[in-house]
Design a protein around this ligand. Structure first.
Ligand SMILES: CC(=O)SCCNC(=O)CCNC(=O)[C@H](O)C(C)(C)COP(=O)(O)OP(=O)(O)OC[C@H]1O[C@@H](n2cnc3c(N)ncnc32)[C@H](O)[C@@H]1OP(=O)(O)O
Ligand SMILES: O=C([O-])CC(=O)C(=O)O
Length: 373
């Protein structure tokens, strides 16, 4: 008799030196997320996740240069977007396909040595903002905008999306969101990436698989679902009946609960703070006020605190970003963590292959088709 742990809850499936969640404290390579959220840029965090140490000024400059030099998409990928039924396609599906497609144009795609895998990590990380921004523009009939060498990672993303020089507050918000979403131990999409590359498949396959896992509303897709809920609720007066009604029907409230955190997700407070600031600035404080009211009810009734996806919704909305781009932005950040885990998996690889307890029919005898009733 096998013991089945549903959803692998509490199962320790690997060792990792990239990030940890211990007693509700999240660290990236030993640095508290609160410290990083206040002080670090996303580029520094990428370096930290990939090297387990903060970069020197010189190392950071070199990484920024490499990211910037590799930020543009091959024309073939841009052309491909124009062939999709682009109005109907979810941007996460487009992102999943575009990453897979990038692999076709990378001469090193199937090389497995450490140096070429690191080079692919740079190329893939660098191109993620352009994929999301290009898709978003092409579906509106707008021309794609090439990345600029003089802008940092967060600013470049906003610039490619809007074609305008982004404001400092918007750059700060995106940079912080990217820092907060970069890695999270063995979450579902990271585990997916590790399972994929543990067969010794390539980096592009690992990231493509991970994007598929992030897309679901129980994981990264929850941020878009939160915004839909806020829009459906519409007014502060509707919060109470809407949320209590859902809870009475035993429906889930998106953006709440977590498999690992019990007292609360340490990332949520940074996003809450940013949501307050941005919604005031845009003159739409209702999104923050409604969110706070929802939090009060859900924590009061269910003792479930908000997770990273809850306040990120009103933050991105305040920046004028299309709601279905929220999860792709998560992916632009999380690819840094996926890549760190993929490289770590290759370093000390063993095939990941658990067992299933069989619950199907007992032993049957094959019946020829003309004798089946
Ligand atoms: C970046 C991220 O991936 S963060 C997570 C993003 N996902 C969401 O926000 C979606 C909403 N949340 C959820 O679905 C869950 O809390 C998860 C998937 C995050 C964690 O799930 P699990 O650890 O598997 O908990 P599970 O789904 O088994 O829930 C346990 C109990 O809490 C309840 N519960 C959990 N989350 C919620 C919620 N958001 N709203 C209402 N009830 C909830 C469940 O209904 C269940 O109740 P029961 O025991 O009475 O049946
Ligand atoms: O860790 C998890 O299960 C989900 C999560 O919060 C993340 O991936 O950021």
């Amino acid at each position: 008799m096998m013991t089945v742990t549903r959803g692998l809850e509490g199962v320790v499936a690997t060792t990792s030196s990239i990030s940890s969640i211990i007693d509700d404290t999240l660290t990236y390579a030993g640095y508290d997320i609160d410290d990083l959220a206040k002080n670090a840029s996303f580029e520094e965090v990428i370096y930290l996740l990939w090297h387990r140490q903060l970069p020197t000024a010189l190392q950071l400059e070199e990484l920024k240069k490499q990211l910037s030099e590799n930020a543009a998409l091959p024309q073939e990928v841009i052309e491909h977007f124009k062939m999709y039924p682009i109005q109907k396609v979810h941007p996460m599906a487009a992102l999943r396909s575009a990453v897979s497609l990038l692999g076709l144009y990378d001469d090193e795609a199937d090389l497995m040595d450490e140096e070429s895998n690191y080079r692919k990590a740079i190329r893939l990380q660098a191109k993620m903002p352009a994929i999301v921004a290009t898709f978003a523009r092409v579906r509106k009939g707008l021309e794609p905008i090439a990345p600029r060498q003089d802008l940092n990672f967060a600013a470049n993303f906003l610039y490619m999306l809007t074609g305008k020089e982004p404001e400092a507050i918007a750059i700060e918000a995106i940079d912080k969101a990217l820092v907060l979403h970069a890695d999270h131990e063995l979450n579902a999409s990271t585990f997916t990436a590790r399972v994929c590359v543990a067969t010794l498949s390539d980096v592009y396959s690992g990231v493509t698989a991970a994007i598929g896992a992030l897309k679901g509303p129980l994981h990264g897709g929850a941020n878009e679902a939160v915004m839909k809920m806020l829009t459906d609720i519409g007014t502060i007066e509707n919060v109470d009946p809407y949320i209590r009604g859902k809870l009475e029907n035993k429906e889930k409230i998106m953006g709440f609960g977590h498999r690992v955190y019990r007292q609360g997700d340490p990332r949520a407070k940074h996003l809450r703070e940013m949501s307050k600031k941005l919604t005031e600035l845009t003159g739409e404080p209702q999104w923050y006020d409604m969110s706070v009211k929802i939090e009060g009810i859900v924590t009061g009734e269910k003792k479930l605190p908000p997770n990273v996806d809850f306040y990120s919704a009103s933050v991105y909305h305040s920046l004028g970003i299309d709601h279905d781009l929220f999860t792709p932005i998560f992916a632009v950040s999380r690819v840094s963590g996926w890549l760190a885990h993929i490289l770590e998996q290759y370093e000390n690889n063993r095939l990941i292959r658990p067992r299933a307890e069989y619950t199907g029919p007992g032993m049957q005898k094959y019946v020829p088709i003309d004798q089946r009733g």
